[in-house]
Ligand binder design. Structure first.
Ligand code: FNR
Length: 183
């Protein structure tokens, strides 16, 4: 059966490497997987007053998209050795939704940076934020893409070694779903 992954880009800018990576995931995922790419430009800053008449429409729509999904990939830049405000903000929104769309959700985190660390500290800051809403972040070595500006071209992730590594991680993410279904 077709599996659905939602991939959220943690950078708002038009040419973001995060979004280019997100846009490559469907071609790297196992056959029969769809990947829906989400950008966060329409998500307002969290303000609980905005929930007075229900959640803002973009938050409600993303919540439903996640409820309908099998797994989530978060792609984060590194800002001041942490994840982006956009990603922290959307996780804050989602963590307060009645449907609890992050609870039990299998998640792979991909960080990147133009420098040598691949945004590893952003990767781990995101992991710690996801613990409270109960997301199931994949174990194992992190996907932290260093020198990322030289690994994308024409809107896609093009570096062969990185593509292979990410493809293996997506395979692992989907394998957890199969294991869960068989249990
Ligand atoms: C950065 N950048 C950055 N890079 C890094 O490796 N470690 C860091 O801590 C930071 N900090 C940081 C703070 C702020 C406010 C900005 C705007 C940038 C650089 C960052 O990695 C670079 O802008 C990436 O290109 C952002 O990712 P996208 O937008 O291309 O996905």
């Amino acid at each position: 059966m077709t599996k659905k992954i939602v991939a959220i880009s943690g950078s708002l800018r038009k040419d973001a490497v995060c979004t280019q990576i997100a846009n490559t995931l469907e071609e790297l995922a196992p056959a029969g997987t769809t990947v829906e790419v989400v950008t966060l430009n329409d998500i307002p800053m969290l303000n609980e007053d905005l929930k007075a008449n229900g959640s803002p429409a973009p938050v409600a729509a993303l919540t439903q998209q996640l409820v309908d999904a099998d797994a989530l990939v978060l792609i984060t830049p590194e800002y001041n050795r942490s994840t982006s405000g956009a990603l922290k903000n959307v996780i804050d929104w989602l963590s307060k939704e009645d449907a609890a769309p992050l609870a039990g959700m299998p998640v792979e985190i991909i960080s990147h940076s133009p420098g040598a660390t691949g945004g590893l500290m952003a990767n781990h800051s995101l992991r710690s934020i996801l613990a409270v809403p109960g997301a199931k972040v994949m174990a194992g070595f992190e996907v932290a893409i260093s020198g990322s500006f030289g690994k994308v071209e024409g809107g896609k992730l093009t570096d062969e070694g990185t593509r292979d590594f990410v493809a293996g991680k997506l395979q692992g993410l989907l394998a957890t779903l199969e294991a869960k279904a068989a249990a």
